[in-house]
Design a protein around this ligand. Sequence first.
Ligand code: SF4
Ligand code: SF4
Length: 83
Amino acid sequence: MECMIAKPSKGSAGKTGLWRTFKPIYDENKCNNCLLCWLYCPENAIDVVDGKISIDYDYCKGCGVCAKICAKKAIEMVREEEL
Ligand code: SF4
Ligand code: SF4
């Protein structure tokens, strides 16, 4: 059986990275590559590169959905000014 997943196209709302107050910081060592963050990101700002996730900060609007959905706590939201 084929599985179809509808996702928004990246950039359909412009460069949403400019909206960001909090930035998701990804810890590859905690990640188990479940790809739930990729599935749930409303801006399609998470890419999968060589089986690992990569956040495209040009389009990440800092909503925090990826951090909330991650059971491994591999994504932490950090205020932009603190970086
Ligand atoms: S949800 Fe968390 S564990 Fe799953 S791929 Fe994303 S960062 Fe990794
Ligand atoms: S914070 Fe996470 S879920 Fe939200 S736009 Fe950025 S990468 Fe996607």
